[in-house]
Design a protein around this ligand. Structure first.
Ligand code: HEC
Ligand code: HEC
Ligand code: HEC
Ligand code: HEC
Length: 396
């Protein structure tokens, strides 16, 4: 997604709309993170010419990440770029290559917690109105993963898996621990792009063990009560995280009695916006942005406040601390029947179709792209309950 960050048609559409609606006040706000090399080299000031730039200036590029030599703030890409051509990395004693000079940097060493500051400076967004909208770095900083000790895990420890290989394709290059650069989360390329299908597989892999889920069924006069519990067990920050105001994560629950469906929530067709459902029991995880008039808005430059409903991560290992428990429970009443079979799956759309429709309606996004937006199901949450009142089924 780093390579795709300025090609992403949703990014292009939103930046264009933002420049128009703010009369250019948005300036370089978006390209600071989505095309930092083009900005550093004065090849763009507002991203409106991004399509004309060569690919080595679009997105978060190799030369950008590898020439960062200081982190000067915790959000909005407060990174210092040293255009000296020295590529910094986590290798202690790099061999000489004819291509460029190389140097060790603790900001690029995933076994050093300071490397998370480099990632984090882009992975926290404060909007022009001062709202801390995207908070992946802050969430990680307050977790047990950001402390020295047995749980210590930097962004790179989870997102750039190591394998044995060569850092440079040279005859004298030694076998080393090198790192996968795919850095998958939940987004995938929407248009033809290298590795798009592998991205999809990586996202499924990342999501597979992220959550713990259970279904329990309790008594209710004339029916039953379904209790779905979700806990964040594999993610080093909230789930979802980052652009959580664009994400829609929800539970699909269907209950049956004697083979007939007696209750459902969160059932949506692939091409239907989740928020168009009239579903009083929907278990929805997302952030919601509001504008100055208190209306919901999808557009970063309009957001003046945010409400958050996410699965937070582990912040303490002390069971006596109330913060130890961070799961969420959701209750569904089934009336007029006692179910004998219930299915659950937790689903996520990286981008809600309501956001996409907003951009299509304003004329900024090609309607043909609408069918390219994926929905993922989290493997560990695909559960089937069969039993009696009082029984539970859970992720293994
Ligand atoms: C401080 C850095 C930063 C700034 C500023 C920023 N972004 Fe992003 N953006 C990110 C990161 C990091 C992601 C990766 C996804 C995440 O964190 O959830 C992202 C993801 C996105 C996505 C991807 C799809 C998704 O799921 O939401 C779009 C579209 C996007 N940004 C548009 C914009 C626009 C338009 C602006 C300017 C109004 C902007 N961004 C400003 C860092 C930034
Ligand atoms: C988002 C930032 C980022 C981008 C973009 C990026 N890298 Fe890296 N790269 C890193 C970090 C961080 C490490 C160090 C990992 C470690 O040692 O803990 C690294 C390590 C490396 C290494 C050393 C071997 C290894 O895998 O540890 C090479 C070589 C490398 N990157 C090349 C590239 C190339 C080529 C590109 C573009 C195709 C690129 N990088 C893009 C952050 C980035
Ligand atoms: C303990 C492992 C772990 C650590 C540490 C971690 N992550 Fe993640 N991260 C995950 C997993 C697993 C997912 C996949 C869940 C998903 O795709 O939503 C994820 C998802 C993401 C996403 C996609 C957003 C979303 O909605 O889930 C971004 C962006 C991200 N991580 C960035 C970071 C950054 C930046 C750091 C460091 C500040 C970090 N991560 C630290 C495990 C980790
Ligand atoms: C210069 C800013 C910048 C830096 C530094 C940076 N990122 Fe990102 N990252 C982005 C942007 C922008 C995107 C989103 C691209 C898009 O979706 O259009 C992104 C996307 C991602 C995603 C995929 C998110 C998703 O929604 O699927 C992950 C995971 C991620 N970054 C992890 C990292 C890690 C780990 C590091 C540090 C080694 C890092 N990033 C450093 C800007 C940055």
């Amino acid at each position: 997604m780093h390579a795709y960050a300025a090609d992403d048609p949703v990014f292009v559409a939103m930046n264009e709309r933002g420049q128009r609606e703010t009369n250019g006040q948005l300036g370089d706000f978006c390209v600071k993170c989505h095309a930092p090399m083009a900005l550093a080299l004065d090849e763009t000031s507002d991203g409106l010419n991004i399509a004309e730039l060569p690919s080595h200036l679009r997105g978060v590029t190799c030369a950008y990440c590898h020439q960062i030599d200081a982190v000067v703030g915790s959000h909005n890409a407060a990174l210092q770029l040293n255009e000296d051509g020295v590529m910094r990395g986590g290798i202690q004693e790099p061999i000489a290559t004819g291509a460029h000079s190389s140097a060790y940097s603790n900001l690029h060493d995933r076994n050093d917690l300071r490397s998370s500051d480099l990632c984090g400076s882009c992975h926290d967004v404060v909007t022009p109105a001062g709202v801390h909208l995207e908070r992946t770095y802050e969430e990680w900083q307050s977790s047990i993963f950001a402390e020295e000790g047995v749980f210590r895990l930097s962004c790179g420890n989870c997102h750039a898996r190591g394998y044995d290989g060569r850092a440079a394709d040279l005859p004298n290059a030694p076998e080393r621990r090198v790192h996968r650069h795919g850095m998958a989360g939940v987004d995938i390329a929407l248009t033809d792009f290298p590795d798009r299908e592998r991205q999809r597989a990586w996202v499924n892999e990342e999501l597979a063990g992220s959550l713990y889920a259970s279904i329990c069924v309790g008594p209710l006069p004339g029916g039953a009560e379904i209790v779905v519990l979700l806990d964040n067990v594999g993610v080093g920050h909230s789930w979802p995280s980052g652009a959580a105001h664009d994400r829609r994560a929800w539970s699909e629950v269907i209950a049956y009695a004697n083979g007939e469906e007696v209750f459902s929530s969160g059932v949506v067709a692939d091409d239907q916006a989740l928020l168009s459902l009239e579903d009083p029991y929907l278990f929805l995880l997302r952030d919601t942005g509001f504008n100055a008039a208190g209306e919901e808005t999808h557009m970063i430059w309009d957001i003046t406040s945010v409400e958050s409903n996410l699965l937070t991560t582990t912040v303490t290992t002390d069971p006596l601390n109330p913060a130890f428990y961070h799961y969420k429970e959701h209750r569904y009443p089934v009336l007029g029947a006692v179910p004998d079979r219930i299915t659950l799956r937790e689903r996520i759309r990286p981008m809600g179709l309501d956001v996409i429709d907003d951009l299509i309606e304003s004329g900024d996004l090609d309607p043909q792209l609408r069918s390219a937006f994926p929905t993922f199901d989290l493997e560990s949450t695909v559960l089937e309950w069969r039993g009696e009142i009082g029984d539970c089924v859970e992720s293994n």
